[in-house]
Design a protein around this ligand. Structure first.
Ligand SMILES: Nc1ncnc2c1ncn2[C@@H]1O[C@H](COP(=O)(O)OP(=O)(O)OP(=O)(O)O)[C@@H](O)[C@H]1O
Ligand SMILES: [Mg+2]
Length: 266
């Protein structure tokens, strides 16, 4: 049984799409034994997955669409990086997105898709083809405005909001934004919340995302909650429904040397 394909999107930049899509994919690869897990970087301009997970820049989404296989991270996660060269970003068209998602479907992957915040044609294709969409917001006025504007117009552009779930990232108790009001404003059911993790930037810089897929146990617990919140995904025998193993405690590692080696290998 193929899928599900989970797109991670937000109409606002910097809300944590890349961090959460990579964290979720690394989380799922350890728990999903029913199928292979694939992380696809469709943020062609950003292409942040390769540095975050320190995977090869090739094969990229462009190569895959033309028949090349995926890269494989040491965790077993299959990865398709964004285009290696910034000037190639416009090559990630709606047609190419459609082709590569169809190829990945045919393999039977469980896929997580990182997107940028523009609602360009290629993004629309990914949102249409996904079985489930995590709409990310941070608990602040500008992000909420962007999400509400999107949910009010989604049906006009032909997107089915039934498969969308809200994720509140950087959730803290100190935003003067009651959660119920926030959820009501956006108008989507909540899949989960990811707390503000003070050590996260340092953990990413040290390459810890690449080694473990998360910065600490709080992140892993939050990602499990999000995966649980996705079990609606419209795919009754989805591998997500069989993810039962508990979250293990995280051991700190210092990997700055590994990051340097990855950087020099480019
Ligand atoms: N829960 C969190 N706690 C602490 N820092 C976070 C959290 N979520 C995201 N960040 C940080 O916020 C920044 C933006 O995150 P990220 O790059 O994942 O956002 P994005 O939505 O993918 O951005 P873009 O729109 O540019 O693609 C990063 O430095 C990331 O480490
Ligand atoms: Mg990003």
């Amino acid at each position: 049984m193929a899928g599900p394909f989970i797109a991670v999107w937000s109409p606002k930049g910097g809300t944590g799409k890349t961090l959460i899509s990579a964290g979720l994919a690394m989380h799922l690869v350890r728990r999903n034994t029913a199928s292979q897990t694939l992380l696809i970087d469709l943020d062609a301009g950003g292409a942040h997955i390769a540095p975050l997970l320190q995977v090869s820049l090739r094969p990229s989404v462009l190569d895959y669409a033309y028949g090349v296989r995926t890269a494989i991270h040491p965790s077993g996660l299959h990865v398709l990086a964004g285009p290696a060269r910034l000037v190639d970003a416009p090559l990630v068209t709606a047609e190419l997105t459609q082709t590569l998602l169809e190829k990945a479907r045919a393999v039977g992957y469980l896929a997580v898709i990182d997107l940028d915040s523009d609602l360009r044609d290629s993004t629309l294709v990914a949102l249409e083809k996904a079985d489930a969409v995590l709409l990310l917001t941070t608990p602040d006025l500008l992000s909420l405005y962007a999400c509400r504007r999107f949910t009010q117009e989604a049906e006009l552009i032909g997107l089915d909001l039934a498969k969308f779930r809200l994720v509140i990232n950087r959730a803290t108790a100190r935003t003067d934004m009651p959660e119920a009001e926030l959820i009501d404003l956006v108008g989507l059911p909540l899949a989960g919340k990811v707390p503000s993790l003070p050590g996260l930037a340092a953990a990413v810089n040290r390459g810890m995302m690449s080694a473990t897929g998360r910065s600490n146990t709080d992140f892993a617990v939050a990602l499990q909650q999000v995966a649980d919140g996705l079990q609606f995904a419209g795919v009754p025998d989805s591998p997500l429904a069989r993810l039962t193993s508990p979250v293990e405690a995280e051991k700190p590692v210092g990997l700055i040397g590994a990051v340097r080696r990855w950087w020099r290998s480019l």
